[in-house]
Design a binder for this molecule. Structure first.
Ligand code: 2P0
Length: 349
């Protein structure tokens, strides 16, 4: 008896770190945001999800294994991604009678992150982006990164920004069906190749308030947030795109740090308040401020997601000024050692 043919495709997707933050949904089901966002894609050599998707007639159920552990994929978000991808495959099969009927087969998805999933390093973004692209490759879909970003967004909002390299924006969109809430490339990584990111893991504990729940609490209770979504971010989106196009690090740094602080101020303005930063985070902020003040210019820019870990952006020429100080801090201070003091230097390519 001939061996059964297993159809298989693999891909990887990088972590992205926002410099204009996504926080708040106007439609939680479709993951439509209240404001646009912009991120920098980190090098896949440093932080990425690698995913293989396969299907065969004998597979009995859809399954996902993440870092060797079986994951529940019955949630509405994963199901929305699988449904959309299968629908697109059915369209391919309807147009080509010789195309194998993959959409009817069950999927086996195996994913590995090369960084600690629990460390709060945007693992859902890289994870959903890799999952969606692996299945799109398996199904040989004629989809663009923008089409795929619309699907990945439904898995996790920030995932839509991990399907392209370099500098990526997520357009808030205006339509209720989410068809225009997609990611686009502001500039390729090669446009500003000397950008660097230093990631300081201040804690790899699971966060107290998850992003999905936290942002909904903020939307429901923060008045500061209304100002952020309607006034602050729309202006910053344009200014950040210009800073990236102009390779203007001074403007990039000012906008990144201000946006991180504005986002965390909205978290504090939430009822009950959400605290993502800790003493280590605040020490990193003070160190950046000190480095910039000593040089009398913006040498480094800090940003924090929904957790205490700092991401510090700087240019390659300033490697010594920034990494030197942070390495000293990591090495010297109790609380930055071992798991809590792990520093990953990720060169953005
Ligand atoms: C961002 N964050 O722009 C912001 C900054 C956290 C702070 O995107 O509910 O995990 O899956 O759409 O994408 C985290 O939110 O939330 C996030 P869901 P997601 O990167």
């Amino acid at each position: 008896m001939a061996a059964e043919e297993i159809h298989r495709a693999s891909t990887h997707a990088p972590v992205n770190i926002a410099v204009i933050k996504y926080w708040g949904k106007r439609d939680p089901k479709l993951n439509l945001p209240t404001n646009g966002s912009i991120s920098v894609t980190l090098s896949q050599d440093d932080l990425r999800s690698h995913t293989t998707a396969s299907c065969a007639p004998s597979f009995t159920g859809d399954s996902l294994t993440l870092n060797g552990q079986a994951e529940d994929i019955s949630g509405a978000r994963t199901q929305a991604c699988l449904r959309e991808l299968r629908q697109l495959r059915r369209e391919v099969e309807a147009q080509d009678s010789h195309a194998p009927k993959l959409a009817d087969m069950k999927l086996k998805i195996v994913s590995e992150n090369n960084f600690p999933t629990a460390a709060g390093l945007a693992s859902s973004a890289a994870g959903f982006a890799a999952l969606v692209r692996a299945i799109a490759f398996l199904y040989q879909l004629p989809t663009s990164p923008t089409d795929l970003s619309r699907i990945a967004r439904q898995g996790s909002g920030s995932a839509c920004r991990s399907l392209q390299g370099g500098y990526v924006a997520w357009n808030k969109g205006e339509k209720d069906d989410g068809s225009d809430s997609v990611a686009y490339e502001v500039a390729p990584a090669s446009h500003w190749p000397d950008m660097r990111a230093l990631i300081l893991v201040a804690s790899s504990d699971k966060k107290d308030v998850g992003s999905t729940a936290g942002m909904q609490q903020t939307v429901a209770s923060s008045t500061l947030f209304q100002h952020r979504a309607n006034e602050v971010v729309p202006k910053r989106m344009h200014a950040m795109e210009k800073a990236i196009h102009d390779r203007d690090f001074e403007a990039f740094a000012a906008l990144s740090t201000k946006d991180s602080n504005n986002f965390h101020a909205c978290c504090l303005d939430t009822d009950p308040p959400i605290f993502y930063l800790n003493d280590t985070s605040r020490a990193a902020i003070r160190l950046c401020e000190m480095i910039n003040s000593r040089h009398d210019r913006s040498v480094c820019a800090y940003t924090f997601d929904a957790g205490p870990n700092a991401v510090v952006y700087y240019l390659a020429n300033d490697e010594e000024a920034v990494a030197g100080y942070f390495k000293a801090l990591v090495g010297d201070k109790p609380g930055w050692e071992g798991k809590r003091g792990q520093a990953i230097q990720a060169a953005q390519k």
